[in-house]
Design a binder for this molecule. Structure first.
Ligand code: AMP
Length: 286
């Protein structure tokens, strides 16, 4: 391997060799799962992983199972050479970049499904999405055997789904959440932001504005959650979004919240043209 590149494992066997060596030396291992098209949000996960562990594995795998039949799997942005350089500069020790055939060999029939939390919100709008996420993350955790795995709060429901799954299946890993990294105008960084036209990119920051304004309305009238959500949805529609949901949920389990009397999360999904954006913010209790 040239000195200026990062080690890449394409197979579970090669990955396991590195993992076994580190574990034999009692080194703490972190996993940062990604689908590539890296931005500063992904690199914040790597930084957090480096602070907590001796070794960092980043995975690079566009997981077909978490895309619906009419979603953007084939169009999803891919630039492996650029991603490997970014991982190397961020201090990643090993990139696990398997092929689809390595991850899902012929005859693969297992699905990890979370009822309840996995069927709601994103799960209701993207049928089967969390089956794909939970299945691939369960595999990645068992392939990499990390002490800790790092996920962005940007995908807040995903973070809770993964944490629940690891608990339910007794996978001995600490699931860590990392705060959302945003552009200067508030738009949450996302690999899908490249789909936005210049005009849509201008509008896109209003999703975060709608969230923060709705949170302010909730703080002012904590008993009238429904009114705050209605006016938030109106703002999104007026700005040109097709909103899929804007919901206030319990921060721990995503149960619906009708009065702001406990730590909550305000979560939204909205389309701008062909691009689907999601975002969420913390809403402290009044
Ligand atoms: P993805 O490549 O979109 O599957 O994301 C890989 C990981 O990066 C997930 O844990 C995401 O939640 C996290 N992530 C994506 N965008 C951001 C962001 N703007 N800030 C922090 N983490 C993020």
């Amino acid at each position: 391997m040239p000195a200026d590149s990062v080690a890449v494992a394409r197979t579970v066997a090669v990955l396991r060799e590195a993992v076994n060596g580190w574990r034999a030396r009692q080194q703490r291992i972190a996993l940062v799962p990604t689908m590539g098209a890296l931005h500063r949000g992904h690199l914040a996960l790597v930084e957090a992983a480096r602070r907590h562990c001796d070794r960092v594995i980043a995975s690079l795998f566009v997981n077909p199972k978490q895309f619906g039949p009419r979603e953007d799997f084939t169009a999803y942005p891919r630039d492996e050479a650029a991603d490997l350089a970014k991982f190397r500069n961020a201090g990643v020790d090993l990139v696990f970049a398997p092929t689809v055939e390595e991850m899902y060999p012929a005859g693969f029939v297992t699905t990890v499904h979370l009822s309840g939390i996995g069927d709601d919100l994103e799960g209701a709008h993207r049928l089967g999405h969390f089956d794909g996420v939970a299945t691939v993350v369960a595999k990645l955790l068992l392939q990499c055997l990390p002490d800790a795995a790092f996920f962005g709060e940007k995908d807040y429901q995903q973070l809770l789904v993964v944490r629940r799954m690891a608990r339910d299946l007794n996978i001995p890993v600490d699931i860590k959440g990392v705060a959302t990294i945003r552009e200067t105008d508030g738009l949450a960084m996302s690999s899908r932001n490249v789909y936005l036209s210049a005009a849509e990119r201008q509008t896109a920051s209003l999703l975060y504005r709608a969230l923060t304004d709705t949170a302010a309305a909730l703080a002012a009238a904590p008993d009238d959650v429904a009114a705050a959500l209605r006016s938030g949805l109106d703002r999104l529609h007026q700005a040109g979004f097709v909103a899929e949901y804007l919901e206030l949920r319990d921060a721990a389990d995503l149960a619906p919240v009708t009065r702001l009397d406990r730590p909550a999360r305000l979560l939204a999904a909205a389309r701008l043209g062909r691009t689907r954006l999601i975002d969420n913010i913390r809403v402290p209790p009044k």
